[in-house]
Structure formats: C-alpha cells, structure tokens
Design a protein around this ligand. Structure first.
Ligand code: URA
Length: 240
C-alpha cells in the first residue's frame, strides 16, 4: 500500500500547491477517515484513506478533471496565435496535457469540462450517447408561438440541417427575455441557429449543465475548480 505524506497526496489530488495544501491542513480544513488532521507530514494510505477538504471527499485520480466557468471573449482551444484561450486560464504547470471537452463559441460563457481523459471526452461528445447539454439564452425578438413544439419535433435550420428533438422553455426566473434550451447534440452555433429559426436572436448564452454535471454557481466567469468525486461519478457513471 503506498503511504505518503498528507500534503503530497492533497497536492496530487489537485487541491492546491504543496504550500497551499499545508496551510489548509494546518487550518483544520482537512479530515482523514473522518478526523481532522493538522499535520501536513502525517502519513496516509493513498489507496484507502478517505480524505476530505472542507467536507468534500477527494478521490485519488490518476487523471484530472476541472469544471471551468468559461468567460466570454476567450476561444475554446489549447493555443491560438491571435486570441486568448480557455487553457490559458490555467497556470502553465496545471495546463499541461489538458484539453476542453467540446467547444463553446467565443462569446458563450459557462460550463466547460477540462480534462486529460480522452476516453471520457469521446464518450460525452459521441452523438450516440445522448448526453444532455443545458443552456440559458437571452433572446432578442419574439419567438414563434409554436417554437417549443418545433424544437421538440426536431427543427430544420435555414440551410436544411435537421436537428434532433430538443427542449425550449421560458426561464422567467432569469428574466422575461431568457429561455432554457436542452440539446443532445452539438452542431456549430446550434442554439443560436435554432433560436434564429424560430424568430429570435441570442444576445447572451451560457451553458449550465453537461450530462450529470452542473455549473457551480460559486464559480465566477474565468474561475475553475477540480471536480469532486461525486461530480465525476455523476458524469462517468463510475463509482471509485
Ligand atoms: N450553441 C451555440 O450557438 N453556441 C455555443 O457556444 C454552444 C451552443
């Protein structure tokens, strides 16, 4: 069984740098097997120890998974000669090997999964897997009265592209001009083009859900954090 220092294990779990996690441990924010541990040098069994930070269980992951609240104005790419990219929101040391799962437009905000797990990315993006993606859109103009029914039936876009059935709902909790759209595919500019097909113009768009993963409302645009063990399980269906 690999025994290692608690601070080293937490750093491996992407909870922070070695220095940062030492401060977290000394502050009493870390529990090992249900008991607060304040010694960064305490030896723990990396395979079996239940380690929690601020009450959230941290699972040992060989691979890395982050949720990013993508801000508007950056492009979903690893590197670009002209534009800032989502990967550049991560420190250089963290960013190595990571990529974004799927793509959001430059002006779209919201939930982006950033990982080094190619198999999960493939599974989430595969059109046969039917992973729901939920968007909130602010819309200019008046939508056709049968807009929701046309979304549900599978809309045909102006250029003849046929979309799979999707859900369109008013979102009065966000404001009179807001709607929620749930898609099971990811065609180019899909929400904007579907809304345009029923008479509206999307003026603001953000993704709030990808499969079982919800955007953490505590994350401001541009901020990211590692997924919790529970979030990863909800996304993969795996329990680790
Ligand atoms: N649909 C769009 O139009 N843009 C996005 O970024 C995502 C979905």
């Amino acid at each position: 069984m690999p025994r290692m220092r608690l601070d080293k294990l937490l750093a491996h779990l992407n909870c922070g740098s070695r220095k940062e996690v030492q401060a977290m441990i000394r502050a009493g924010r870390v529990q090992v097997d249900g008991a607060v541990e304040r010694d960064p040098a305490a030896k723990v069994d990396a395979d079996t120890a239940q380690v929690a930070l601020d009450g959230q269980t941290q699972s040992y992951q060989a691979q890395r998974y982050f949720m990013l609240n993508k801000p508007a104005g950056v492009i979903t790419a690893s590197r670009d000669a002209r534009h800032d990219t989502v990967l550049e929101l991560f420190p250089e040391k963290v960013r190595r090997g990571l990529f974004a799962v799927g793509r959001l437009d430059k002006d779209t905000e919201g939930l982006l999964l950033v990982t080094d797990d190619g198999a999960l990315s493939h599974a989430l993006m595969s059109p046969t897997k039917h992973v729901d993606k939920v968007y909130e859109a602010e819309v200019d103009g008046t939508l056709a009265p049968d807009a929701a029914a046309r979304f549900a039936a599978g809309l045909t876009l102006g250029d003849g592209t046929v979309c799979r059935p999707a859900r369109l709902e008013a979102a009065p909790d966000l404001g009179a001009a807001w709607v929620r759209v749930t898609l099971r595919e990811g065609k180019y500019h899909q929400v904007k083009r579907m809304v345009a097909a029923v008479g509206g113009t999307v003026v603001r768009l953000r993704r709030i859900k990808l499969g079982g993963l919800l955007l953490d409302p505590a994350l401001a645009p541009g901020e990211y954090r590692p997924l919790t063990a529970e979030e990863l399980a909800a996304l993969t269906g795996r329990t680790e």
